[in-house]
Ligand binder design. Structure first.
Ligand code: ADP
Ligand code: MG
Length: 495
């Protein structure tokens, strides 16, 4: 009589841990082992198909005629089906179909129930199986059931790991290319994760364990406050969003902070400067168009009565000398108003560019020379530097821009100050050591009708802006109250 020790279980399970051993070949070994150990005519092994619940033939061995491929057993049908249902091994003594006896061993696991059936049969020329052999086969069945179950769990786990990895990689790729800087911050305010965009936003200062405060030390104040506040709210379990706008650089960010289930928070920071800039530009253009329309309408309405006033003033001048003096004043003032209307209408009219090759230095020299006497009268120094060379642009408009900036600079200066003009084919810089502007003034600088001068129109710089925009030139302004102002026009940005 064989015992468990006689079954070469070691050979069966030895290289099971070896990943190269597939479930199929293990099942074949089991059936081959059964034929050898129990001196059986045939051993067959069926496993449950997860989708149908049927038991499908997976392996068989022995010198008896083979069972058809994909043979199926169903729970509850026949002797084997009953054994499956009961989950108990059975010894079947029969004299049908040349079989003398068979052992039907359901493969049962705690987690998954009956996952398969092992069937070992002897022919009627062999002695029938006894209870001892059934016990042995049952023991073997438990090992096999465990091994198959583990193998399946192992495959399932590998699949799940593979899927998780793929999902992670996908998520990483999405987060990396989001155009949003992502920081994972622990409840102790330590950075534990980040994406490449975060590097772009905060420089190379990020390392695992970097403290949020030290990371933000170099960030603009408004961004720091926004992130601090949003993070603070998330630590209390709330999702928070903030906007930050830096007046000095014109940069803007949105910050979204979400609490993490295990404590800490993720901070998503997006640079929305371009978007904000486009939005502001759009509303500026809209406002300009409205102002332009209104200006044109008003100027037009004023012009007609002005013609009447002028002819009346001319008639008044003919009455007598005294009336003539008043009539003259009225006519002169009416003429001034008329020229103001012309400026308004000119401003409101869409800009017509006539671009061609021009020599900025030549134009600048002419404009500066024409105004030199005004500088002398105001005791303001005019220093010029002209670099020769040609570029594309509308020379008349270029002249208009230069004249506006030059006269503004002069008007900002008191005696003893200096205006520097530096002109090349690539750029124009007008710098003065005049009164300068505070941030509030700088903010309104290009708004039509914004002026601080008693007789100013406030249209000079909006015209400059209009001409620069039409050419694709970029204007930048720096100013310090009490120290002076610097306007720079970058002609290279021509569209
Ligand atoms: P206006 O010259 O008719 O006032 P502008 O549009 O040319 O209109 O200028 C608008 C305002 O911008 C000025 O009134 C002045 O307050 C300010 N400004 C322009 N240029 C300078 C400058 N170089 N220095 C100081 N303030 C300036
Ligand atoms: Mg002006």
């Amino acid at each position: 009589m064989k015992t468990l020790a006689d079954l070469d279980l070691a050979a069966l399970f030895d290289d099971w841990s070896n990943e190269g051993l597939r479930l199929e070949s293990f099942l074949s070994r089991v059936t081959e082992g059964c034929v050898a150990w129990f001196g059986a005519a045939r051993a067959s092994l069926f496993l449950r198909a997860d989708y149908t619940g049927d038991y499908i033939l997976e392996a068989q061995a022995g010198n008896w005629p083979q069972l058809p491929e994909h043979s199926v057993l169903r729970a509850g049908e026949g002797i084997a089906g009953t054994a499956i249902q009961e989950g108990k091994p059975r010894l079947v003594q029969t004299s049908t179909a040349g079989i003398s006896s068979a052992m039907i061993i359901p493969l049962v696991t705690v987690e998954s129930g009956c996952i398969g059936v092992l069937n070992v049969a002897r022919s009627d020329e062999q002695p029938a199986f006894g209870d001892a052999e059934l016990r042995l086969a049952s023991t073997l069945g438990r090992y096999v059931a465990l091994a198959v179950n583990n193998a399946r769990l192992f495959v399932g786990m590998n699949q799940a790991i593979g899927q998780t990895r793929a999902l992670n990689a996908k998520l990483d790729a999405i987060i990396a290319n989001l155009g949003v800087g992502v920081l994972v911050v622990s409840e102790f305010e330590e950075i534990t994760g980040w994406n490449p965009e975060a590097y772009r936003l905060f420089g190379e200062r990020i390392h695992a364990g970097t403290h949020l405060t030290s990371l933000l030390k170099h960030a603009p104040l408004v961004l720091r406050i926004a992130m601090d506040q949003a993070f603070g709210e998330s630590i209390n379990g709330n999702r928070a969003s903030r906007r930050a706008f830096d007046q000095n650089t014109g940069k803007a960010w949105t910050v979204v902070s979400s609490p993490l289930p295990a404590g800490g928070a993720t901070l998503a920071v997006q640079d929305v400067s371009d978007h904000e800039h486009a939005q502001r530009e759009l509303s500026r253009v809209k406002r300009l168009a409205e102002i332009g329309q209104m200006t044109a309408a008003v100027a037009h309405e004023i012009r007609n009565p002005l013609t009447g006033i002028r002819s009346a003033a001319q008639m008044v001048q003919q009455i007598n000398d005294e009336a003539g003096e008043f009539g003259k004043i009225i006519e002169e003032e009416a003429l001034k108003l008329n020229s103001l209307c012309d400026q308004f209408l000119e401003f409101a009219r869409p800009l017509q560019l006539n671009p061609r090759e021009m020599e900025p230095a030549e134009i600048a020299k002419r404009v500066c020379d024409a105004h030199r006497s005004e500088f002398e009268a105001a005791s303001v120094e005019l220093e010029t530097e002209f670099q020769p060379g040609k570029t594309q642009g509308d020379p008349l408009r270029y002249e208009q821009v230069l004249r506006n900036l030059l006269l503004n600079a002069l008007q900002a200066c008191t005696a003893g100050a200096t205006v520097f003009v530096d002109v090349s084919p690539e750029s124009m810089t007008i710098r003065d050591t005049g009164v300068g502007m505070d941030p509030a003034e700088l903010d309104q600088l290009f708004t039509p009708f914004f002026t601080t001068k008693p007789s100013g129109t406030g249209l000079g710089l909006s015209t400059v802006r209009k001409i620069a925009d039409a050419h694709g030139w970029r204007i930048s302004v720096e100013s310090t109250p009490g120290q002076g102002t610097r306007f720079e026009l970058d002609l290279e940005k021509a569209a």
